[in-house]
Write a protein that binds this ligand. Structure first.
Ligand SMILES: Cc1cc2nc3c(=O)[nH]c(=O)nc-3n(C[C@H](O)[C@H](O)[C@H](O)COP(=O)(O)OP(=O)(O)OC[C@H]3O[C@@H](n4cnc5c(N)ncnc54)[C@H](O)[C@@H]3O)c2cc1C
Length: 454
């Protein structure tokens, strides 16, 4: 029986442990904190919980537009915060039970690689144990990135780690960074009644995503009252005053730093064992997820050059374990990974967008359709936004961007088209149910194929 030791029990590590039990592999999983990692405890799940509460609050506040009057709305913040912990705890204990039922040995403590077949674990009580195995998988994840001139104290200047534990959101917040995490916080805080300013160094929010679609989201958030300061940075924070590079300044109750994530690869034996890294990210063969030390694999947020997303971590877990178990590679299609920003409205993208196509010198055809005339969107009072689809000039669909209601669900239809390299003529043959939001995709595909309908 092969033996596998995994360091880190987040989405990459726990998924690898679970998937390995499909094969004849004895698995030990080491976790220094709480199973579920960033995603369950400090990321995806609590963030989406707060976004759901925010959307619910918005729905209630606007229900009078449908003739439903709700008087004396009150938010019991303590109960709201408690349900967030209950939701997370349910998922975390579910992972623990699943690992136990599949006979994965979970060891609590700090894992570090001693040599290519041994992991040392330092437990909280000071005890140490060495675990030997044929294979080692590193899945130690990431932490919030900090900015040199701004010292996070997790009181006034905080990161998402603390923000998601809020009992009650602050009234006036400055969010530094308009990436996915910054935009999600801006959207949810605005829906919960906070005053929000977002500072972003780039010219548009969500750098790297399609500018037209990101611009659409920015316009909608601006209309709701979010103040965006683009091409701007924070030069100084003095007590509660934030000074911006345009020389303006303002007082806030809280500053939330959301400028990306750094890999957690210190003190785990990387350099001592000659494992190659770039700026702390581990270099791997993307076909197999092996590092340059062939029986040591790396997955998830610590991998150099791949998106830091939970579903990428899951996919990498499957790919690496398949290689360990069978010796055959099972590469991930990194070109068809859905990317979702869970704002209101959502923004989602897959594949190449029109800006990246231009940068890469790819000639594309593109078509778009607005949600303005989509019946279902109008019924829901959410008829702002667009679907954009892109194909090679005379070839398959290579990408799509959606800003609108349920974009995060709709993107999966487009993911299959990109993954299976569907031609616009093939994809536009299929019929979308009426009335659905997905009709906006059907309409844009008809246009991409040269003959639009509405
Ligand atoms: C606010 C926020 C919202 C997010 N929302 C989304 C989203 O909606 N969708 C999405 O796909 N992604 C989202 N992400 C990103 C997602 O959380 C990460 O991509 C994902 O958690 C990465 O999984 P991982 O297993 O690589 O690392 P992690 O989840 O960080 O897990 C690593 C684990 O390893 C443990 N560990 C570290 N070092 C050691 C050691 N030496 N010994 C033992 N254990 C160790 C840590 O304690 C941790 O539990 C979000 C992140 C944040 C911060």
């Amino acid at each position: 029986m092969k033996k596998l030791t995994i360091i880190g029990g987040g989405p990459a590590g726990y998924a690898a442990a679970l998937y390995a039990t499909n094969f004849d592999i004895e698995v030990t999983l080491i976790e220094s904190d709480t199973l579920g990692g960033t995603c369950l405890n400090r990321g995806c799940i609590p963030a989406k919980y707060w976004l759901h509460v925010a959307e619910l609050n918005h729905e209630i506040d606007t229900s009078n537009e449908f003739g439903i009057e709700i008087k004396d709305k009150k938010i019991n913040w303590q109960q709201t915060a408690q349900k967030r912990f209950d939701t997370v705890n349910k998922l975390v204990s579910g992972i623990g039970m699943l690992l136990k039922s599949k006979k994965v040995t979970v060891v609590e403590g700090w894992g570090s690689i001693k040599d290519k077949n041994t992991v040392n674990v330092k437990k909280q009580d000071g005890d140490e144990v060495d675990i030997s195995s044929d294979f080692i998988l590193i899945a130690t994840g990431s932490k919030p990135r900090e900015i040199p001139n701004i010292k996070v104290d997790e009181k006034f200047i905080i990161t998402s780690d603390t923000a998601l534990n809020w009992e009650e959101p602050p009234k006036k917040v400055c969010v530094i960074g308009a990436g996915a995490i910054g935009c999600e916080f801006a959207s949810l805080l605005n829906d919960l009644g906070s005053e929000v300013t977002v500072v972003e160094l780039a010219k548009e929010i969500l750098p790297g995503l399609d500018k037209r679609t990101s611009g659409e989201l920015r316009k909608q958030l601006t209309k709701r009252g979010v103040d965006f300061k683009l091409s701007t940075s924070v030069t100084e924070i003095k007590d509660s005053k934030v000074v911006f590079s345009d020389e303006e300044n303002a007082e806030f109750d809280c500053v939330l730093v959301a400028v990306g994530r750094s890999p957690l690869t210190e003190n785990i034996g990387i350099d001592q064992n000659g494992i190659k890294s770039t700026n702390g990210y581990l270099e791997v063969n993307l076909e197999t997820l092996q590092t340059n030390v062939s029986n040591i694999y790396a997955l998830g947020d610590i991998v150099f050059g791949t998106p830091q997303l939970a579903h990428v971590a899951f996919a990498e877990a499957i790919s690496a374990v398949t290689h360990i178990a069978t010796g055959k590679s099972s590469p991930i299609n990194y070109k068809a990974i859905p990317y979702v920003v869970y704002t209101r409205p959502e923004l989602a993208e897959v594949g190449i967008n029109s800006d990246t196509a231009k940068e890469q010198g790819i000639d594309i055809k593109q078509a778009q359709h607005s949600f303005a005339g989509i019946g279902r969107a109008l019924i829901q009072n959410q008829n702002q936004g667009i679907v954009k689809v892109y194909s090679e000039e005379d070839g398959p669909i290579i990408g799509a961007s959606v800003c609108g209601p349920a974009a995060g669900e709709m993107i999966h239809e487009l993911m299959y088209m990109v993954g299976w390299e569907a031609l616009p003529s093939e994809a536009s043959e299929f019929i979308h149910a009426h009335p659905t939001l997905s009709e906006a995709i059907g309409e844009s595909l008809l246009s991409l194929n040269g003959r639009g309908l509405h």
